[in-house]
Design a protein around this ligand. Structure first.
Ligand SMILES: C[S@@+](CC[C@H](N)C(=O)[O-])C[C@H]1O[C@@H](n2cnc3c(N)ncnc32)[C@H](O)[C@@H]1O
Length: 478
């Protein structure tokens, strides 16, 4: 029983870390850290083996438990359930998913309780396998990561395939034969067409796409759905000139290009992409080349606030501003590795392992990041012909999101320049999750104004909304 009790504590710790929205470290680190913190006597390696496997199957175990009714049958004592949910989860895991398919404990009331539900649990497992079309759910839990995106999002790159849209979609349908109407139903082999971003499709994360011709030729580009929102909101046309102030690795830059150069191949530079990190600028260049838009985009390596003077770019009409942020909306080992390997963000973002983050240094970091985010957006707002600007982060913290919007709206210069927040009707109105009204409530006494400002912002919850956590807002002026 000690093994299950200790593993339950560890699982509880991991769940709490996940809920805090921090980018998780490796599961192993979290397990060893919690074993130390709770001074557990059980060998951490044994706990890790159990927790690691259970964590991998957890969404399936949760479904099986919910459908089998096991949770409603837990006996109570003085109004409290006598068995812990996570301990039951571990036992169910061992009974259904471990090699031996046995619960590793002697006689115990919780074991008797779980075994009593064995038949129902097994039939729910069988149903789940049929639903996912697999012989073993192991096929869906292949890799060794804390977590991964629930959907691999791919968008059509119109620069390369504006006149072959139907062919490309037909090709996708040939590869992913099972069309689904909800991204939550995606299983290996299925294809979902998004309702928010045009020509964006979702497939299962285990489905290989990078070896496909469409990908190799740059006709399709892998990009998280929320990360597609800024270019879609900006909606530039061939008449715009756009600056992407913080561009690498170039997802949003090339998406902007997909809107601007869909009808006409680029003949002159219409997009200026700034990137201060020379290594990341190399990745940006490669991505631009693959997307087929090197004629239309100038890459400027250096600090946007120093290199880009408003009088050098008097014709710029639109901005994409996706600056360095805490990355707290990003989750999973793979994504963290991507960030660290590619130096996806500046050095502050690379150190995201929760073991290094105490509440104190998180606060300091957020304060530094938010000053930078405010300054860089305000600087962009000073460009004389700029009319629309989309600010975004992959953070879940209001300090980097709603509070930046508030600080900008209250800034005297920003007001003098005439910038306002674009209303919900012009910012993906059908997307249901909007900004946090309580943030605006604190500052704007007029309830209606506070609500309208919150509604103008977009929030995306990590995983729950099908990908990374995200925030976006559009500023505009006449
Ligand atoms: C969140 S990432 C941008 C991701 C990119 N928009 C995309 O979708 O692929 C932020 C980038 O801004 C760069 N950056 C940070 N401060 C900058 C500055 N002052 N000028 C230019 N680039 C900057 C960072 O090096 C990093 O590559």
């Amino acid at each position: 029983m000690e093994l299950y009790r200790d593993a339950s504590w560890v699982l509880e710790f991991i769940e709490a870390e996940e809920k805090r929205g921090q980018v998780a470290g490796s599961l192993q680190t979290l397990v060893f850290k919690s074993c130390k913190r709770f001074k557990l006597k059980t060998n951490p390696k044994h706990i890790y083996a159990m927790v690691h496997s259970c964590w991998g199957y957890r969404s399936f175990i949760e479904t099986i438990m919910a459908k089998s009714g096991i949770m409603t049958g837990i006996p109570e004592k003085k109004g409290r359930k006598v068995f812990n949910r996570l301990t039951i989860m571990l036992l169910v895991h061992d009974m259904l998913f471990s090699k031996s398919k046995r619960i590793q404990m002697g006689k115990h009331p919780i074991k008797t309780f779980v075994v009593k539900h064995k038949t129902r649990l097994q039939s729910e497992l069988a149903r789940l396998k049929i639903k996912h079309g697999v012989r073993d759910l192991k096929e869906l839990v292949k890799d060794d990561r804390v977590d991964r995106t629930p959907v691999r999002w791919i968008r059509l790159n119109l620069v390369k395939c504006a006149d072959q849209i139907d062919d490309v979609i037909a090709e996708l349908k040939r590869k992913f034969k099972n069309e689904v109407n909800d991204w939550r139903d995606i299983v290996p082999g299925s294809l979902y067409r998004d309702v928010y971003v045009p020509l964006l499709f979702g497939v299962h994360p285990t489905d290989k796409i990078t070896s496909h011709e469409l990908y190799k030729t740059g006709k399709i580009i892998i990009q998280d759905r929320a990360s597609c929102f800024p270019a879609h909101i900006l909606h530039p046309t061939g008449d715009d000139v756009v600056i992407d102030a913080c561009a690498a690795p170039g997802n949003k830059t090339t998406h902007v290009a997909s809107y601007m150069f869909a009808k006409e191949e680029p003949t002159s530079v219409k997009i200026h992409a700034f990137e201060k990190d020379p290594e990341r600028a190399k990745t940006l260049r490669t991505m631009i080349k693959t997307a087929g838009v090197d004629q239309g985009i100038d890459v400027h390596v250096g600090d946007f606030t120093k290199l880009a003077k408003p009088d050098i770019f008097p014709n710029v009409t639109g901005f994409i501003l996706d600056p360095s942020c805490s990355g707290s909306g990003i989750f999973g080992r793979q994504m963290i590795d991507d960030i660290n390997t590619n130096k996806r963000d500046d050095s502050t973002t690379v150190e995201q392992q929760p073991e290094e983050i105490t509440d104190v240094n998180l606060k300091t970091r957020l304060s530094k990041l938010s000053s930078f985010q405010f300054e860089i957006v305000k600087y962009a707002m000073s460009f004389p012909s700029a009319k629309k600007l989309v600010y975004s982060t992959c953070s879940i913290h209001p300090e980097e999101n709603e509070r930046i919007v508030i600080d900008l709206l209250l800034d005297a210069k920003v007001q003098e320049w005439g910038w306002k927040v674009r209303q919900r009707s012009g910012v993906m109105p059908d997307w249901p999750r909007r900004g946090l009204v309580e943030e605006f409530d604190d500052v704007f006494r007029d309830q209606k104004e506070a609500l309208s400002l919150a509604e103008s912002c977009i929030r995306v919850m990590p995983k729950e909304d099908g990908g990374i956590g995200f925030f976006a807002v559009c500023f505009e002026r006449d």
